[in-house]
Design a protein around this ligand. Structure first.
Ligand code: ASP
Length: 336
């Protein structure tokens, strides 16, 4: 039986053990992960490693979790090789890059933008919606207008390689968006094309904040909004309990108000992993046939700094950064 404490100790000795983590940790973690206390930051997928490292700069200096998560998720938002988050996201089926994001702090304040075009850092616009308007969410042209008023640069986001991929897709797509099917090589939404970054941080004071940002489902219908910018679906934080975030097919997460559900289950005493598992099982129970074909993953943390994840399909990984290790990548357990 694999011993996680030994793994953490071992992994401090060499970066190559991130690879080991992928092979060995899947389905081998105990149900209640070891709490490493705080500060700590966790985020979805392997690109979460670099994002966490950025967030860690704020957290390790005693900064606020809210500042950490905003700075952290801006890394994949700015990464031109990342086609699922931020400026280089794949467009919708009409060729528009439309971005979704939300952010939530330890006081229950939150802000969001959805289907926003031409602005590279939706998470920062979401934060300003939270801090400078009486609203929670701005969408479409209104979101872009607000961003420009706040000094953001309006720019063309569609990159040449994204445009090429979209045009290729148009040839055989029958104009239907492709849902996120894990392990279907070569298609948008497959394991080479992940996905949303959801990040949760617990700062040195023990306060929790979260951020979630995405370009959504590749080649989606124009105007489609997934779970990621919706408070309670793609992200939820309650400073008394913990936080949760999700990735995968947003429609199923919205139907089940997934991240809110995970936090409420933790409030009732479930560990982060058990809460994520229960939320995944609700999705499967509601639509068992659909669930076989799609991926949804939840990631959660509680007030003690215990974290865990659970997904429908294999292949969901998440990154953890704390005082012991800044680049830990763990395979989440899964139903299938
Ligand atoms: N949850 C995102 C959405 O539905 C996409 C993803 O995480 O793959 O827009």
């Amino acid at each position: 039986m694999f011993n996680r404490r030994k793994f953490v100790k071992l992994s401090a000795a060499g970066a190559s053990l991130s690879v080991l983590s992928k092979q060995v940790l899947a389905n081998a973690l105990p149900s209640v992960p070891t709490a490493t206390g705080f500060p700590i930051v966790i985020s979805t997928w392997n690109f979460g490693i670099a994002a966490n490292q950025e967030a860690w700069k704020t957290l390790s200096a005693g900064g606020r979790a809210l500042d950490a998560v905003e700075a952290g998720v801006k890394i994949p938002e700015a990464d031109i090789t990342n086609h699922t988050v931020g400026r280089s996201g794949y467009p919708d089926r009409d060729g528009h890059v439309t971005l979704d994001a939300c952010i939530m702090d330890e006081n229950g304040n939150c802000g969001a933008v959805a289907a926003m075009e031409h602005i590279a850092h939706p998470i920062s616009v979401a934060r300003l919606v939270m801090e400078k308007t009486p609203h929670v969410m701005l969408v479409g042209e209104g979101a872009t207008q607000f961003a420009v008023e706040q000094g953001f640069k309006k720019e063309k986001l569609l990159q040449a390689d994204s445009e090429k991929a979209w045009k290729e897709w148009l040839k055989k797509a029958e104009y239907k968006p492709v849902i996120n099917i894990e392990n279907s090589k070569g298609l948008p939404g497959n394991q080479y094309n992940h996905d949303t970054i959801g990040m949760l941080a617990l700062d040195a004071k023990g306060n929790i904040s979260g951020a979630c940002t995405t370009s959504g489902m590749a080649f989606k219908m124009h105007g489609r909004v997934g779970d990621s910018p919706i408070i309670g679906a793609g992200l939820y934080v309650d400073n008394e309990v913990g936080g949760a975030t999700s990735t995968g097919v947003g429609e199923e997460v919205i139907r089940n108000v997934g991240s809110f559900l995970v936090v409420e289950l933790m409030r009732q005493g479930l560990s982060p992993e058990a809460a994520c598992k229960e939320a995944v099982q609700r999705i499967i129970k509601k639509k068992p046939e659909t669930a076989k074909q799609i991926q949804v993953g939840f990631l959660a943390i509680n007030k003690k700094g215990e974290y865990g994840a659970y997904a429908i399909q294999k292949g969901f990984s998440y990154a953890v950064c704390d005082k012991n290790k800044q680049d830990l990548l763990i395979d989440g357990k899964s139903f299938y």
